[in-house]
Each structure stands twice: as structure tokens, then as C-alpha cells.
Design a protein around this ligand. Structure first.
Ligand SMILES: [Zn+2]
Length: 320
């Protein structure tokens, strides 16, 4: 049964992904707001209708939508809502919502060139690219206005934006000062570490964002806020954020040290490290395992523990 808790109602919607249900939130304010939409599937639509019904609401009652980030399980079901429903989120959502041919092309070109440098096996390279099918989630929906660090959320007095880039280049969290509650999207998930997903640079030729470094910065950033509870994009609420952040960072550091150990034996390519880290899943989930590997390499390089150089069109990582 869906209930209100201090003007927030949590609605879990099904996804076919390993992470399980995605949580979207109805928030009462000057405008009845939905934070994230869930995935565009029949099952998710049925669940959304049913659970809004438990609150005596319908999809048509939602007066505005705020996105924590652009991933399809969070932003993929905008089509369930009328086109004139205002939509707010970080400006970096827009290139994904637009999904233009040009963007898709630049994006895939970047990933294929990057796959070459990482030494990824020929038949797995395509797994890093985006298809037109994924683009169909968004249908070119435009953000009504952008939300950046410190911005108040329109229609939700009391709520502020915290930019929490890392898992996505479009990621924000929503903070209510009056009771120190955070709606954290995929930035704070109780049981799993969000994947540091690689996105192409914002203009061609620019350096790519380093998502794990950004994520760690965004973790430290939320420690500057007093937080009583985090409503997460997946699973249960998180209390005791300080300990949670510390344990995340410790675990990630340990994994990075595992990578460093491999490189003490000999220089390796990104793909060789990925295969050693994820021997059972790297074929099936080449993209996610590769991004996780790159995250650890960015982290070690940033610490000055390792270095990389290009040798005959392959990037080789070695101990610094
Ligand atoms: Zn996500």
C-alpha cells in the first residue's frame, strides 16, 4: 500500500533490469510533482496507475515532473504524461532526451574509437554503442527549465537542487531543508554501487568525463548537508549517510587496489583488466563491466599510482 510520509509518497515500478524495481516519488507542494517516471513498459504503466490510485490520484493529476537523471528506468516513461506537463532537470539530460541522429552518431563514434584503445575484442565492441531502440524512450521531450546547483525546485518551495554528477552527467539530488530529507536517485542506493557510466564528451575532441572521480566528489559533497534520510532510486531508504558513504568509498578503494596488484605483475590493457575483474560477466555485460574497470583506472591514475600510454594504438596501463 502506497502511503504519504511528510508529503512524499514512494512508488516502486517494475523494470526488467538486474537492479529490480525503480522508485519514483510523488511530492506534494504548490504543484503535485512526480520525481522520475519509471520505464516505458506496459507493466510499469499498470503499476503506476494502480499505485497512484491508492493515493486517489491519476496520471493526469501530476502537474510537473522532475528528473534525477536521464537513464531509461528513471526518465523513459515521459510519454505517459501530456506534453504540456512542465519537465525539470539538469541541462545535461537534454542531449539524451533529444537523441538526435547527430548525437547518436558522435556518441557511437566516440565509443568505437575508445573500444579500440581499450583493446576490446572485435565482436564485443558494438556492446558499448547506443541503438535507435534506446532513443525511442524519450521522443525528443524538452526540459521546461534547467536545474543547477542550489536552484530551488519550481513548484516545490523548500526543496533545493544538489548536483550529484557521477553515475550520470545529468544527475541531481533533491534536498528539503526543513526536515533534511534527500531524494537521491541513483546517487545513493542502499545495497549496490551505481555504475560509473562513461558518457561521451560534450564537444568532440574534449576530454571525456571521469565518472568515478565525479561520483566520489559528489559523495563527499552530500556529507556537507545534514541528512536525516535518503529516498533512493532503488530499494530501501538510507539512514546514517555518513557511514554509508565511508563504506562505499572503502569498498571502491579496495577494488582499485586489486587492479593495482594486477598491474604490478605486468602492464595490461583496459579490456585485459576487465576480463580478470569480471571473468564470468564481461561478455554479457561488456559495457557495465568495462565502465567499472575504467572507473578504477581513473581513480588509480588520479592517485598517481598508475600511468597509461598509447602503444601501437592500444592504451597500456602500468605502475607509475
Ligand atoms: Zn541510473
Amino acid at each position: 500500500m502506497v502511503n504519504w510520509e511528510n508529503n512524499i509518497a514512494k512508488i516502486a515500478l517494475p523494470t526488467p533490469f538486474a537492479v529490480g524495481d525503480v522508485n519514483v516519488y510523488v511530492v506534494k507542494g504548490d504543484a503535485l510533482t512526480l520525481i522520475d517516471t519509471g520505464l516505458k513498459t506496459r507493466e510499469a504503466k499498470e503499476a503506476l496507475d494502480y499505485k497512484l490510485g491508492e493515493l486517489k490520484l491519476k496520471v493526469e493529476d501530476i502537474e510537473q515532473i522532475v528528473l534525477t537523471h536521464h537513464h531509461p528506468d528513471h526518465a523513459g516513461a515521459l510519454d505517459f504524461f501530456a506534453e504540456d506537463v512542465p519537465l525539470y532537470g539538469h541541462k545535461n539530460n537534454q542531449r539524451w532526451l533529444d537523441g538526435s541522429d547527430e548525437f547518436l552518431h558522435t556518441c557511437n563514434q566516440f565509443f568505437l574509437e575508445y573500444a579500440d584503445l581499450l583493446g576490446i575484442e572485435e565482436e564485443l565492441k558494438g556492446k558499448l554503442t547506443y541503438s535507435k531502440k534506446e532513443r525511442a524512450f524519450y521522443n525528443g521531450r524538452k526540459l521546461t527549465a534547467f536545474l543547477a546547483e542550489g536552484d530551488e525546485i519550481p513548484g516545490l518551495p523548500n526543496w533545493k537542487t544538489i548536483e550529484t554528477l557521477g553515475h550520470a552527467q545529468s544527475h541531481i539530488s533533491l534536498y528539503r531543508e526543513s526536515d533534511a530529507v534527500l531524494i537521491g536517485g541513483d546517487h545513493v542506493i542502499a545495497k549496490v554501487s551505481p555504475n560509473p557510466i562513461i558518457e561521451p564528451p560534450f564537444s568532440p575532441g574534449e576530454e571525456r568525463p571521469k565518472p568515478l572521480l565525479q561520483y566520489n566528489e559528489s559523495l563527499k559533497k552530500i556529507l556537507n548537508f545534514s541528512i536525516s534520510k535518503v529516498y533512493s532510486g532503488h530499494g530501501e531508504e538510507v539512514k546514517g549517510v555518513e557511514e554509508w558513504v565511508q563504506s562505499r568509498m572503502n569498498r571502491q578503494h579496495e577494488r582499485a587496489m586489486q587492479v593495482k596488484k594486477m598491474l604490478e605483475e605486468k602492464p595490461l590493457t583496459g579490456f585485459e583488466i576487465c576480463k580478470r575483474l569480471f571473468p564470468k560477466v564481461y561478455r554479457k555485460e561488456t559495457d557495465l563491466t568495462m565502465w567499472e574497470t575504467i572507473g578504477q583506472l581513473d581513480y588509480l591514475e588520479d592517485l598517481g599510482e598508475i600511468k597509461s600510454e598509447i602503444q601501437s594504438s592500444l592504451t597500456l596501463f602500468s605502475i607509475a
